[in-house]
Design a protein around this ligand. Structure first.
Ligand code: MTE
Length: 329
């Protein structure tokens, strides 16, 4: 019988398993390097001289920036002033080097490196199921079909870390109107790519049910907040953030915001989702941010801002109650 590797759920937030003072000192040091983590290198923190710290910081930042595209048309686009956040925007280098993208690795600090060579052109998105206009979109056509806008949203991972990010994209409801769902369409199911040759995590972590899949109700999918995202910080998405196109549902835990979408299917039954299939007692279908419902293994009452390490209270629906509370009675 083959050895079946049982995949782990989300790891406990680092701060919950490491004594607070050790954790804070380690993070302060790593931040001085321009990184939130440097793998084995960080074990030798005590041996690093001041000058080599500065050099390491500079080369670390240069390396992350290498993975970030320069702005080129159609970016940057105008910011929609309706979506403001009363917190500073997260430093881009930090957001670009602290990612969840299990197709590449479970190690957040390494995703940007392992995703660097991933090919995002040509890229097609198949639309199927209960729609009048089943079709396959080429990414380069899709990006010209709807007016793009920038929105600054709070983003909250189920692991209790948070950031504030300027996303560029278009409301998913514009896309849904274009493909014309039939009355049988009650849910939207979305699927990511499956390319073990380019994505090391898919090759090495066979226990996960690849490709990654997610779902929303039609009301959630057509909510004003739900964005199809093609850019971030005024340029195209770098691979680690889910190039060339991902979803953002800012009132839900981050795992609902599926990256690198290749298929969108309109279905009549609630579709299974990747994390719910793996650990149904820990990750539900709806997964709305809620400080009063703890994860079975940690509290959700507060969250850690990734670039400052500040701990702040978690907001119900991640602060988007006025847009979405009505969806849940
Ligand atoms: N989409 C795919 N295809 N694969 C993933 O592993 N991780 C999710 C979500 N979308 C994930 C994904 C999780 S858990 C989070 S928190 C966010 O992506 C992280 O997005 P970011 O790396 O852009 O911050």
């Amino acid at each position: 019988m083959p050895l079946i590797k049982i995949p782990k759920g989300w790891r406990l937030p680092e701060s919950e398993v490491t004594p607070e003072d050790v954790y804070m000192n380690r993070r302060k040091f790593l931040k001085a390097l321009g990184f939130s983590g440097l793998g084995a290198w960080s074990l030798f923190a005590g041996c690093v001289e001041r000058s080599s710290e500065a050099e390491a910081q500079e080369s670390g930042l240069k390396a992350v920036r290498r993975s970030i595209p320069e702005p080129s048309p159609p970016y940057p686009v105008s910011r929609n002033p309706e979506f403001k956040v009363q917190r500073p925007i997260t430093t881009e280098d930090v957001a670009a080097s602290y990612n969840n993208f299990y197709e590449f690795t479970t190690d957040k600090d390494e995703v940007w490196k392992l995703a660097e060579k991933f090919k995002t052109r040509p890229w097609e998105i198949e639309v199927t199921g209960h729609v009048h206009k089943k079709r396959t979109f080429d990414m380069d056509d899709l990006i010209k079909m709807f007016p793009l806008e920038e929105r600054v949203y709070r983003f909250r991972c189920v692991e209790a870390w948070a950031m504030v990010v300027p996303w560029t994209g278009f409301p998913f409801k514009n896309f849904i109107e274009e493909v014309q769902p039939t009355p049988d369409a009650k849910y939207v199911r979305m699927v990511s790519f499956h390319r073990p040759d380019q994505a090391m995590g898919q090759r090495m972590q066979g226990g996960y049910p690849w490709p990654y899949y997610e779902g929303l109700t039609m009301d959630e999918a057509t909510n004003e907040l739900t964005l199809m995202v093609t850019g971030i910080y005024g340029h195209a998405l770098p691979n680690q953030h889910g190039a060339p196109v991902r979803l953002i549902t800012p009132w839900k835990y981050g795992y609902k915001s599926i990256k690198s979408i290749v298929k969108i299917e309109f279905v009549s039954e609630q579709p299974p989702t990747f994390w719910n299939d793996l650990a149904p007692n820990e990750y539900g279908f709806f997964s709305n941010v809620n400080p009063n419902v703890p994860h079975p293994r940690w509290s959700q009452a507060t969250e850690r801002i990734i670039d400052t390490d500040e701990r702040v209270p978690t907001l119900l629906y991640n602060g988007y109650e006025e847009y979405v509370a009505h969806l849940y009675g």
